[in-house]
Design a protein around this ligand. Structure first.
Ligand code: HAM
Length: 410
């Protein structure tokens, strides 16, 4: 019986695992520099955690959530994103007492989207959240953190940063009304899909990928005309600071993000190298969300990135294990060989034997796997209680025993 993987899921192995681990390790190093603490939350939560905050009319809530009733009819959802679970966990565990509270996490998310390159039904996100500060220092800090992290992983030339400001929730609501009116007056230029969103989620029409709608979208009212003075000032300061930090960006008036909880600053790191699934990292402010979820009325800002999308743009990550191969020439030398095998493992080396008593095959494999050393165990080695250690880059061979082998391996 052959069982296929579920559509939209994938296995990671070999080179892909090196890339995956490199992302996670850079995330941890970056988190430490910026003082974000790791917060690991469950993979499933009560469905109500996601419905309202993400937007009942958003694609994620309408079409993409993996929701089911468990045996006692509790409605459970596999987390489609990390921000709301992190807020829930911070509230549950009293982690919002000393502000700002900064958290990061990596893990699997689940969305029932149409699978394609860079878009999966189970995927991994990196996530950074800063709870409790309204200061634009936090906005600049989080964008700069995301920028630094991406640059550690992907060649600079592949990344662009787009930013926008959405203003307060109130002004966003006023803007939505103006947009609905504008698009209602212009339905003949819109696709069925966009017409459907006019009254429920007009902002989402702005980031439509349908090129036939570009012109009408370009003529639509611009959010910047609705921004309160305070937001305009903050937005200017953020742009100035990014420039002074040497972070290149473009302003994108149509950048509104796909989840409902955003206000003020929003940003996306994109690439031209991945077709339509071009957003590597997306984030922004979500003042009001923590209160909606039953916490204090404190602001927040953060971002998430797709690990698989980032991996698609990474160069090969060499594995840095120094593997030492062993060649055992006959079964009768096995018990002698096992002494050095055990000794090297206890001294934290990575050791490999192919279970074949054949010098030629063992050497060929060690070369193919780019091993640094091979240890040869034959008749002479057994009799003298020694081992032959061959450096595969210099081809130098020496006799060693357990008391001095480490001197040669340093
Ligand atoms: P999001 O834009 O929905 O935001 O997702 C963030 C990133 O996750 C995307 O830019 C993309 O790289 C990756 N991603 C999303 N869906 C998929 C998928 N189906 N397959 C592969 N990768 C995917 C959020 O999730 C917000 N919680 C971000 C945030 C954090 N905002 C504030 N704090």
């Amino acid at each position: 019986m052959k069982i296929n993987p579920v559509r939209g899921t994938h296995d990671l192995f070999g080179e892909e695992v090196n890339k995956f681990n490199k992302v996670v390790s850079e995330v941890k190093k970056t988190a430490q520099k910026f003082n974000f603490n790791e917060l690991i939350t469950p993979i499933f939560e009560s469905s109500e955690l996601f419905k309202k905050p993400l937007g009942e009319q958003s694609d994620v809530v309408l079409k993409e959530m993996y929701t089911f009733n468990d045996r006692n009819s509790d409605q459970i959802t596999l987390r489609p994103e990390y921000t709301t679970p992190m807020i829930r966990a911070a509230i549950t565990n009293g982690l919002l007492n000393n502000l700002p509270s900064k958290f990061f996490g990596t893990g699997q998310m689940f969305r029932r989207e149409r699978p394609q390159k860079g878009r999966y039904r189970q995927f991994n996100q990196i996530n950074f959240e800063n709870f409790g500060s309204d200061d634009i220092f936090a906005d600049i800090e989080i964008i700069s953190l995301a920028n630094l992290l991406l640059k550690k992983l992907i060649p600079n030339s592949k990344i662009t940063l787009n930013i926008n400001s959405l203003g307060t929730r109130e002004n966003l609501n006023n803007y939505k009304k103006k947009l609905s009116k504008f698009f209602s007056d212009n339905t003949k230029f819109l696709s069925e899909e966009s017409i459907h969103k006019i009254n429920t989620n007009p902002l989402r029409i702005l980031d439509s990928k349908n090129i036939n709608e570009r012109e009408i979208i370009n003529r639509s009212p611009k959010l910047i005309e609705f921004l309160p003075k305070h937001d305009l000032r903050n937005y200017e300061e953020i742009k100035k600071s990014l420039t002074s930090l040497g972070i290149n960006f473009s302003e994108d008036q149509n950048l509104v993000r796909g989840l409902d909880y955003y206000c003020h600053t929003v940003f996306e790191f994109k690439t031209n190298d991945l077709g339509t699934q071009d957003t590597l990292i997306g984030g922004g402010r979500y003042n009001g969300l923590i209160k909606t979820l039953g916490g204090k009325d404190i602001p927040g800002i953060g971002f998430a990135g797709g690990i698989e999308r980032i991996m698609l743009l990474m160069n090969e990550v060499p594995s840095n294990d120094k593997v030492i191969h062993i060649a055992i020439l006959d079964a009768s030398y096995k018990i002698h060989a096992i002494k050095i095998y055990d000794f090297l493992i206890k001294n934290d080396f990575s050791v490999y034997w192919n279970y074949k008593y054949n010098l030629k095959k063992s050497l060929a494999l060690a070369n193919q796997k780019k091993a640094n050393y091979i240890i040869i165990v034959g008749e002479n080695e057994k009799r003298e209680n020694i081992f032959s250690l061959k450096n595969l880059s210099s081809s130098k061979q020496v006799n060693v025993d357990l008391s001095n082998v480490l001197d040669y391996l340093k």
